[in-house]
Write a new protein. Structure first.
Length: 203
């Protein structure tokens, strides 16, 4: 049976899952969801109702990192997974935890009227953007001069951050980070997973 991926085009979690599956050459049925009208077939598989949800051989994966790990275990021709696990986890936990919180505050300031947007931006810079800039001044990618799964996992969130206010982002003093982001945005891998799909409706 063909694996199935429930996805949402602009979701950074779904984005990194799609990139890992594409990189590993995994064929699957793409089901694009409407966030306001989630298909019952997806909710039966994963009641928490967030994407991505991937079902393969009767196993349900509803965490993007688990989908990435599964895909890389199947095929990793360029060695994206051949990196220090402890260092990788530090980056991922920082991105998926406190940085994601700051990203939401930065993207939706109306939801957080008690917060100063400038403080949110400075917090994101101190926590994530500055460390990334420093890492990318030494290497082409976050962990070395070879791209790893960590770059793929973090890229969609930096993309989202930069897209909140592109002129403001361009003014930030992060030349290495901007170059890294540009490389990912223009990569065949990213472009190949951003096709638009019709919304999936359960029969």
């Amino acid at each position: 049976m063909t694996p199935i991926l429930y996805s949402y085009r602009r979701c950074p979690y779904a984005m990194r899952a799609r990139m890992a599956l594409k990189y590993a050459g995994i064929e699957y049925e793409h089901r694009e969801i409407d966030l306001r009208n989630k298909p019952q077939s997806m909710l039966l598989l994963s009641p928490k109702g967030t994407v991505p949800v991937f079902i393969v051989d009767g196993i349900v994966f509803d965490q993007s990192l688990d989908i990435m790990r599964w895909a890389l275990a199947k095929s990793d021709p360029d060695g994206l997974g051949a990196v220090d696990e402890d260092v990788s986890q530090i980056w991922i936990e920082k991105n998926d935890g406190p940085f994601k919180k700051l990203l939401d505050q930065y993207k939706y300031p109306n939801r957080f009227p008690d917060l100063n947007p400038e403080d949110v931006l400075n917090g994101a810079m101190d926590l994530m953007l500055n460390p990334m800039e420093n890492a990318l001044k030494s290497n082409q990618y976050l962990l070395s001069n070879q791209m790893s799964w960590v770059d793929v996992a973090i890229f969609p969130f930096i993309r989202q951050f930069a897209a909140v206010n592109p002129p403001s982002f361009e003014e930030l003093p992060f030349e290495a980070l901007k170059l890294w982001l540009k490389q990912h945005l223009e990569s065949d891998l990213f472009i190949s997973v951003m096709d638009k799909h019709p919304t999936w409706i359960d029969a």
